[in-house]
Design a protein around this ligand. Structure first.
Ligand SMILES: Nc1ncnc2c1ncn2[C@@H]1O[C@H](COP(=O)(O)OP(=O)(O)OP(=O)(O)O)[C@@H](O)[C@H]1O
Length: 328
């Protein structure tokens, strides 16, 4: 059994707007899974269903084998939740806030231990919540999520507002939790965060998952690129015909290819045989940012087609592993 199982999940808000349109994925025990997507893609709407905060309008969710909405009492004590907005009483100190929360939690961990884990011990522990910086508030949010020994942890944009050091500390902490066997589902706008932490990830757009897999799998589905400056006296027509059609911009050649190794080999053999230097030669696989931007820039009208189930243009299905984007 996977720690989290999501199948055909839908969420419709008042006035019929469908924010989650049939999402399926699973998170294995002890895995870190990242949900990515532009603003409004449906990440929080999805995560709230997994947290049992609302009933899905379609599909199924299982967390540790239970329905988090109808079997909330079985699931809630075993999960930790870090919402986007903590909403703490601002007059309480850090210690008072966490003590209050620990009082509502069965089998709470020692407060000092949790505060030390998120870097809020010593003098910061006596500061009032209203005096905390944005990043410190996120640390307090995280501390609350960790009070009850969670087996599954939901982190909604955990490092928003943190400085680079705070972000690194949080990443280390999340990795430490994974080593201890905690399952983590996080949403983030930081692609670097997903690359650093996620064992697997999914990119959402307009209520659907467009692509999912390990970070390596997700980028491997996009073409790699080879770039160099066109040597004097040569035009793209001189390049080996086995290479994909190159583009030329301000003297730089770009070749986009799904077969990086073989294209690069062809290019280098040709260059050696022709006695040609390729200045500024640069070859690399796609980046998560490129994949993300490509998905984010899909035309808007495609959403309507996909919501209506119309054929053609953009078919971004509840993914099981592949890039499911088609454009005419
Ligand atoms: N309570 C609500 N009632 C109606 N529509 C809502 C409600 N909450 C969210 N939405 C809409 O649902 C869509 C998905 O929102 P959601 O907050 O899930 O996206 P998100 O991917 O988490 O975005 P962000 O990155 O900005 O947090 C958006 O169009 C949003 O306006």
């Amino acid at each position: 059994m996977d720690a989290i199982e999501v199948d055909g999940l839908k969420r419709r808000y008042a006035k019929g707007f469908e924010a989650v349109r049939g999402v399926s994925f699973s998170v294995r025990e002890g895995e870190i899974f990242a949900l990515l997507g532009t603003n409004g893609a449906g990440k929080t709407s999805t995560v709230e269903l997994l947290e049992g905060l609302a009933r899905p309008s379609g599909g199924n969710v299982r967390v540790l084998g239970f329905d988090p909405y109808s079997e909330r009492t079985a699931v809630r004590p075993r999960t930790g939740v870090m919402l986007q907005e903590g909403g703490f009483p601002s007059e309480l100190t850090v210690t008072e806030t966490i003590r209050m929360w620990a009082g509502c939690t069965s089998d709470a961990r020692p407060i000092g231990e949790v505060l030390a884990q998120v870097g809020l011990s010593d003098r910061r522990a006596q500061v009032r919540v209203k005096q905390l910086s944005g990043g410190e508030r996120r640390r307090l949010d995280l501390a609350m999520a960790l009070v009850g020994h969670p087996e599954v942890l939901f982190l909604d944009e955990p490092t928003t507002g943190m400085d680079p050091e705070g972000r690194r500390d949080t990443w280390d902490l999340v990795r430490e939790l994974r080593r201890a066997g905690t399952t983590v589902l996080l949403t983030t706008h930081y692609l670097e965060e997903a690359e650093e932490l996620a064992d697997r990830l999914a990119i959402m757009r307009a209520g659907r998952i467009v692509t999912t897999g390990t970070p390596e799998q997700v980028v491997a589905e996009r073409p790699s690129s080879i770039r160099f400056t066109l040597p004097d006296g040569l035009s793209p027509a001189h390049l080996p015909t086995t290479l994909p059609q190159p583009t030329l911009r301000e003297g730089r050649v770009e070749i986009r290819t799904p077969q990086l190794q073989s294209a690069l080999t062809d290019l280098l053999i040709w260059a050696r045989q022709a006695g040609v230097e390729l200045p500024g030669l640069h070859a690399r696989t796609a980046t998560l940012e490129e994949v993300f931007l490509e998905i984010a820039q899909l035309p808007d009208e495609a959403d309507e087609d996909s919501q209506a189930g119309g054929p053609g243009k953009h078919r971004a299905g509840a993914a099981s592993g592949g890039m499911e984007v088609e454009r005419v």
